[in-house]
Design a protein around this ligand. Structure first.
Ligand code: SAH
Length: 397
């Protein structure tokens, strides 16, 4: 019998088992009738419906609104072997389809790899982990052991920080989990370009792996073009544009560290010429005040909506950026515009960009809709996991 173990038991209210039965991994506090044998701290729990039928097993956190994250719908222990099986499954997808194009990829994408609360990025011989929920934090040892068993790397580094952890009642946790320390800068290769990744001081785990395919597309569109790359971080879009034969690229970011990395990445790829300008500044003011014209503009801002309540303000921000970017485009030019806000739907994003086009007085076609690459799978049962959306737009005149 699945429930003959010492795990705390969570009983759901009548009718509230439906999302879990359909495979959604989250159980909110309001769906829970009661909990037996519960401790005050996070850990593994078994989930039952109101008739005491066993449903699933997951990790719970008494301090979070998302009280439970389901890890399995099968009666199996959540031990090292379980995590090793999940990690091997995830590794196959990347090794079969990506390993030749990139020495860096997202190995575990949370819910999309059926490991909610866990992000693992691979940069060459090193893994960078983020344990984002208290439940996964508790299982850190078993997860780290399974990673070192399944993936052959030199070191595993933890960089667990940010808003999601705060909401879980957790502080930052940063440092080595096993093996040897990564160097100050890890060199990675992506579609024959090279990049330096600063996992300690850089943003997120150090590099925006989710834009890999979209950068490849930019390199196709950028031939002979004057390109403006707004929110350029370490210059990844910039390098692809120059690789694709761009005439000139301006890279704009507000972070000095980001621009320093971009400078090093330009040299590393032998693109550090007069046609590659790095600018420190605020993209909102630059777009409003500059009077330059471009053939291609990339807009990849940080998330403007961290919470559901931020959506309206974010819409204003996205509209402003897109409106002013569209004004700077030459006839026939392209805008690659993105939102990485999970709370901002692709429909809403398209509407906002439409409003921007109308106000800018431009006629615009959608050439392509963009998203994240295959190392960022999204669970069909958890559409909330789809955060990156983008549009390639072309202006008529
Ligand atoms: N396109 C990048 C990732 C962009 S992340 C890539 O593919 O690697 C967002 C970037 O926006 C960060 O580098 C951050 O420093 C920068 N940023 C945030 N606010 C900004 C602002 N107001 N103006 C310019 N840059 C900003």
């Amino acid at each position: 019998m699945p429930h003959r173990n010492s795990n705390p038991r969570i009983y759901l209210k009548q009718g509230r088992e439906v999302p879990a039965l359909r495979g959604h991994p989250w159980i909110f506090s309001g769906a829970i009738e009661r909990m037996d044998g519960a401790s005050d701290s996070a850990g593994i729990a078994d989930i039952f419906d109101c008739r005491k039928h066993w449903l699933a097993r997951g990790v719970f956190n008494p301090a979070s609104q998302i009280r439970v994250r389901i890890l399995t719908w099968k009666d199996e222990p959540l031990d090292g072997d379980f995590f090793a099986r999940r990690v091997s499954r995830a590794l196959k997808l990347r090794e079969n389809h990506l390993a030749r194009a990139a020495s860096a990829y997202r190995l575990i994408n949370g819910e999309g790899d059926f490991l909610p609360g866990l992000i693992v990025d691979r940069y060459g011989d090193f893994l960078i982990c983020q344990f984002l929920t208290a439940g996964m934090d508790r299982l850190k040892e078993a997860i780290t052991a399974s990673l070192s068993k399944v993936v052959s790397v030199r070191g595993i580094y933890e960089k667990s920080e940010g808003k999601v952890r705060e909401e879980e009642g957790l502080g930052a946790s940063v440092g080595m989990l096993g093996g040897s320390e990564p160097p100050e800068l890890i060199e990675i290769e992506e579609n024959s370009f090279k990049f330096l990744v600063d996992v300690r001081r850089g943003q997120k785990t150090g590099f925006y792996l989710d834009q890999r395919d979209n950068r490849q597309l930019l390199s196709v569109l950028a031939r002979d073009a004057a390109v403006l790359n707004c929110f350029s971080y370490s210059g990844a879009f910039t390098i692809y544009a120059l690789g694709g034969g761009a005439r000139s690229v301006i890279s704009l970011d507000s972070s000095r560290l980001a621009l320093e990395l971009a400078e090093q990445n330009l040299s590393l790829n032998h693109f550090a010429g007069d046609n590659a300008e790095l600018l420190k500044g605020d993209a909102f003011s630059y777009l409003k005040e500059s009077n330059g014209n471009f053939d291609v503009i990339v807009l990849d801002p940080p998330s403007l909506a961290h919470r559901r309540g931020d959506v309206e303000a974010a819409a204003g921000g996205y509209k402003f950026l897109n409106l002013h970017a569209l004004k700077h485009l030459n006839a026939g030019g392209y805008l690659l515009t993105f939102s990485c806000s999970q709370h901002f739907s692709s429909d809403l994003f398209q509407k906002v960009v439409f409003g921007a086009a109308v106000d800018a007085g431009r006629r615009v076609a959608i050439v392509k809709k963009l998203g994240a690459p295959i190392d960022h799978p999204v669970s069909l049962h958890h559409p909330e996991g789809e955060y990156l959306k983008g549009l390639v737009l072309r202006v008529l005149d």
